[in-house]
Write a new protein. Structure first.
Lengths: 112, 113
């Protein structure tokens, strides 16, 4: 089906609460990504995962951690959310090096 | 590391006019180049992927030009229509880590009827 599914799509949390954003893909892609999108800043890479338990920091990893226990699932965790983590988060998956990225529809997180 | 500059950030054109979006990058060893389209409330979808030297690629209603000498990637929407209204992103994969994809900041295109 070539689909990347993100849950939840919308989330409101209080400052200091934990946040779990989940992402699934049905393409057996090895590589998965978490980006955040903010107005005027475009897409910023938070973490990249090359396969199960093989994760690497992106450009803005501070305040985030990830988990990849199955190839088809990649989770983004915010321990003690901050107001500046209010954003739209996108998960993507890709096959081999240089391949097209397939994006989910985004998870809009508001931290109050 | 690689940096990608995209301009303009906002672009309004009338239906039937052309629209040009330009990206410049810094790493001369970059190998893969992409244009993505993002419609409101949705994720990004690939428009075109290019690699190799100076190259013109034609899609449905648009042309992509890669000029490696000037480290420039452009998207030209010919005869734009309202359905082209979206945010467009260029993206570059540096040769040193082709899994890493670096995006421009996006261009909001509005096509007025």
């Amino acid at each position: 089906d070539m689909k990347v599914t993100q849950m939840p799509r919308y989330l409101i949390k209080r400052m200091g609460e934990n946040v779990l954003l989940e992402c699934g893909q049905d393409m057996s892609h090895e590589t998965m990504y978490w980006y955040r999108q903010d107005p005027g800043l475009g897409l910023q890479l938070i973490y990249i995962s090359y396969d199960v338990d093989s994760n690497s920091e992106g450009d803005i990893p501070k305040g985030y951690r990830v988990s990849r226990k199955k190839r088809e699932h990649f989770s983004l965790i915010l321990d003690s959310a901050k107001t500046n983590q209010t954003s739209v988060y996108f998960c993507a998956s890709g096959g081999n090096s240089g391949n097209t990225l397939y994006f989910g529809e985004g998870s809009r997180l508001i931290v109050v | 590391g690689e940096q990608v500059e995209q301009r303009p950030p906002h672009l309004s054109v009338r239906e039937g006019d052309s629209a040009v979006i330009i990206c410049t990058y810094t790493d001369p060893n970059s190998y893969y180049f992409f244009w993505y389209k993002q419609e409101p409330g949705a994720g990004l979808q690939l428009l075109m992927k290019v690699f190799s030297s100076t190259e013109i690629n034609e899609g449905q209603g648009f042309t992509v030009l890669l000029n490696k000498k000037d480290k420039q990637l452009s998207l030209n929407l010919t005869a734009a229509h309202p359905g082209d209204s979206a945010v467009y992103f260029c993206a570059v994969s540096p040769d040193t880590n082709a899994y890493k994809v670096i995006f421009g900041k996006g261009t909001h295109l509005h096509v007025l009827p």
